[in-house]
Design a protein around this ligand. Structure first.
Ligand code: NIG
Ligand code: FE
Length: 415
């Protein structure tokens, strides 16, 4: 039996007591982030065994004790439910092009953007990709990420997509944190298929999907549903094809236009629809009739200098909100979750409690891991952040640009 006891925790954050386990938080409830002051937490065999207050409830004694001396807080590790962590090279040239007035879409039309990364990725070998992604993964873990989703989508060829997904599989095998893989060949039309959409859709449906399913390489099906990328009809066909292999949708929707992406995602029972810079009443109504998680990626809006997502409108409609980084070389070359919390608070006007709920329990729900991680609950995996000395939970987004994480605990062990 492996044990670890944390004592004198300044605040234990995101706790759930009793049997009524919540699977996500929505609407006005997002403002509530239950905490216990002056707490202890007992971990057995990698899972949360029990917790309580230092004064009132007894804890089981054990040899492995970390004393947080009333100064450090414990929160569930962050869940980053949308990333493109596997990529080759960088795109700071496009960053400068945007400063000089080109838009993200214009750069893409000229053959840059996703196609730029696809050329670089296809020229890189699997080992190089793996080592670069592994390093990025460990960097974001040091910033508190304790579960992550990673997409393909820079291959855009059979070999390239399989190569990316095999890199993700290797990361899964060698990483202590939960990882989910999404198949995103429908990220952009490759140059050879610019005028032959049918040909590329057939390649995805008839060649890529069967091989990916055969090797069990993906958990989800993703499509960039957007003007100039994949239309609603094309998205629908692709999601139907993915469903035949048991791949549920998590899609890119409504980033640049009112594209119909939210509605087509809801129709296909998407686990999440992600981005949502452009959403109004019709999209919100569609979401209200579904279990689809609205996932906002405000760090990408920040980096591209485009409009932010209307988080208040979504929460005030009674919906849940999830936040994720969108870590990728084009629209968000950072997977820094503490910085994401700052952007959510300052730009989307989410409270610190809402933002933390959005990257913990709601992030877990966006990866269908809400029974395992995302809150402090008995039986859940002990995937936790021990913070540095901080005066309150609001200090995390307030202290922007700095890292609040002192230790990351995964499966009950410090990593
Ligand atoms: O989520 N918008 C589509 N895909 C990515 C960006 C990809 C890229 O520019 O490389 C995103 O922002
Ligand atoms: Fe993305």
């Amino acid at each position: 039996m492996q044990h670890l006891l944390l004592i004198n925790i300044r605040q234990l954050v995101g706790v759930e007591k009793g049997d009524n386990r919540m699977s996500r938080v929505a609407g006005a409830d997002m403002k509530h982030l239950p905490t216990i002051d002056n707490a202890w937490l007992f971990i057995e065999n990698g899972r949360i065994h029990s917790f309580g207050t230092m004064d009132e409830e007894h804890f089981i004694q054990c040899n492995d004790i970390i004393d947080l001396k009333g100064k450090k807080t414990v929160i569930p590790a962050f869940v980053d439910s949308h990333t493109h962590l596997v990529f080759a090279g960088s795109r700071e040239g496009e960053f400068v092009d945007r400063i000089n007035g080109l838009s993200y879409e214009e750069i893409a039309r000229r053959g840059g953007g996703i196609l730029n990364s696809a050329a670089k990725l296809n020229a890189a070998n699997e080992n190089e990709l793996y080592h670069a992604a592994h390093e990025r993964l460990h960097r974001v873990m040091a910033q508190g990420t304790g579960a992550i989703e990673i997409k393909s989508g820079y291959g855009l060829t059979v070999e390239g997509e399989l190569k990316m997904l095999r890199v993700i599989r290797r990361l899964k095998e060698n990483s202590p944190i939960p990882i989910k893989a999404s198949f995103l060949a429908a990220h952009a039309y490759p140059i050879d298929y610019k005028k032959n959409h049918e040909g590329y859709l057939n390649l995805i449906i008839n060649e890529m999907l069967p091989q990916i399913a055969d090797e069990g390489l993906a958990d989800y099906m993703d499509v960039f549903c957007e003007e100039g990328f994949f239309s609603v009809d094309e998205t629908s066909r692709l999601l139907d094809a993915g469903a035949k292999y048991g791949l549920k949708p998590k899609i890119h929707a409504n980033q640049l236009h009112y594209s119909g992406g939210v509605q087509v995602g809801v129709q296909h029972k998407a686990i999440s629809v992600d981005h949502l810079e452009c959403i109004g009443d019709a999209e919100i109504e569609a979401l209200k009739s579904s279990n689809t998680m609205p996932t906002l990626l405000p760090a990408a809006a920040f980096f591209l200098g485009i409009q932010y997502q209307p988080a208040r409108k979504i929460i005030d409609a009674g919906l849940p909100v999830c936040l994720a980084s969108d870590y990728n070389p084009g629209s968000c070359p950072s997977g820094n979750m503490p910085l994401l919390l700052t952007i959510a608070c300052t730009q989307l006007k989410m409270t610190p409690e809402e933002a933390i709920n959005a990257v913990t329990i709601n992030g877990a729900a966006a990866l269908e891991l809400e029974q395992e991680i995302g809150s402090i609950a008995i039986g859940k995996k002990a995937n936790l952040i021990i913070t540095k000395d901080i005066p309150s939970i609001s200090y995390i987004p307030y202290d922007f640009g700095n890292n609040p994480v002192e230790k990351l605990i995964i499966n009950g062990a410090v990593v």
